[in-house]
Design a protein around this ligand. Structure first.
Ligand code: LER
Ligand code: MN
Length: 271
């Protein structure tokens, strides 16, 4: 059985980005619960900026889980990248992500590596992929102590030139020494890069560990032209039991975005 999840950003600098709820964790959790979500995905400014006791309290108050914590603020706010040409920058990126893993782990939640993968250019592609594999092996092993996988997200060509498709993501994971890294398949990015979204999810199979549930235009699921019926069938076929997490623009506003998402979720994913 899949579970529903909605994003909450605690980073004002990314305003305009694809997050449903903003700034106020307690209020975001209250709305998420009221609309029927199972979990939240939190985008923090940094691991140390998070009030862990507050997160624990608002989750308990609302009977919610936290599915995952994003690491993208390491790139947006500090320009850290796992594939930077500079060793100090790469080390800083790893340290930032390790901190997010240590924040997320006690909640039974995963850390997500999306924009922190960076892009090649300053170094060539084989070198960048080597840096990325090395970091994923290290960080995936680090996450294992919490009994949660590390999530790695292929992104479209507009956000990385390293790994754009599920197939390339699977190839990357298969080249790792750890088995504790899973794919985050984001339907918005897949709509740009994949020929057939359902077939791509099927080929991802057991590697699929999290889904960013969003429509073709980054608006909430149901506001674009993705056909969710074959996607639901593909996720059933691969026995996917993770979250469908609304990483969508707050269109036309956070509450309506969350409502549209949960309506689409119930229509296609709850039998
Ligand atoms: C951004 O487009 C995105 O999908 C994020 O999940 C990556 O960090
Ligand atoms: Mn995403």
């Amino acid at each position: 059985m899949v579970r529903s999840c909605v994003t909450i950003s605690l980073v004002p600098e990314v305003r305009g980005g694809p997050f449903v709820f903003w700034d106020d964790l307690a209020e975001g959790c209250r709305q998420a619960k009221q609309l029927g979500f199972d979990a939240v995905e939190i985008f923090p400014p940094s691991p140390s900026a998070v009030d862990v006791a507050l997160v624990r309290r608002v989750l308990e108050d609302n009977g919610l889980s936290v599915a995952a914590f994003g690491t993208g603020a390491g790139w947006v706010l500090q320009r850290l990248s796992l594939t930077s040409a500079e060793a100090g920058n790469r080390a800083g990126a790893r340290q930032f992500i390790r901190g997010v893993i240590d924040l997320a782990g006690p909640f039974g939640a995963s850390a997500i590596i999306g924009s922190m993968q960076g892009r090649f250019g300053e170094v060539d592609k084989p070198t960048a992929l080597e840096y990325l594999r090395d970091a994923l092996n290290d960080l995936g092993q680090h996450a294992a102590q919490y009994g949660v996988p590390l999530l790695y997200e292929p992104l479209s060509r507009y956000e990385t030139n390293l790994v754009n498709t599920v197939a390339d993501g699977v190839a990357l994971l298969q080249a790792l020494s750890t088995r504790n890294v899973k794919l985050l398949t984001d339907l918005f990015h897949m709509n740009i890069e994949e020929a057939d979204l359902a077939a791509a999810l099927r080929s991802g199979g057991e590697h699929v560990g999290h889904v960013h549930f969003v429509d073709s235009n980054r608006r909430p699921a149901g506001c674009g032209h993705i056909d969710f019926a074959p996607i639901a069938a593909a996720l059933r076929d691969i026995d996917y039991r993770g979250y469908l997490s609304a990483e969508a623009l707050p269109y036309p506003n956070p509450i309506e975005a969350a409502k549209t998402t949960i309506t689409t979720y119930r229509k296609y994913f709850v039998l």
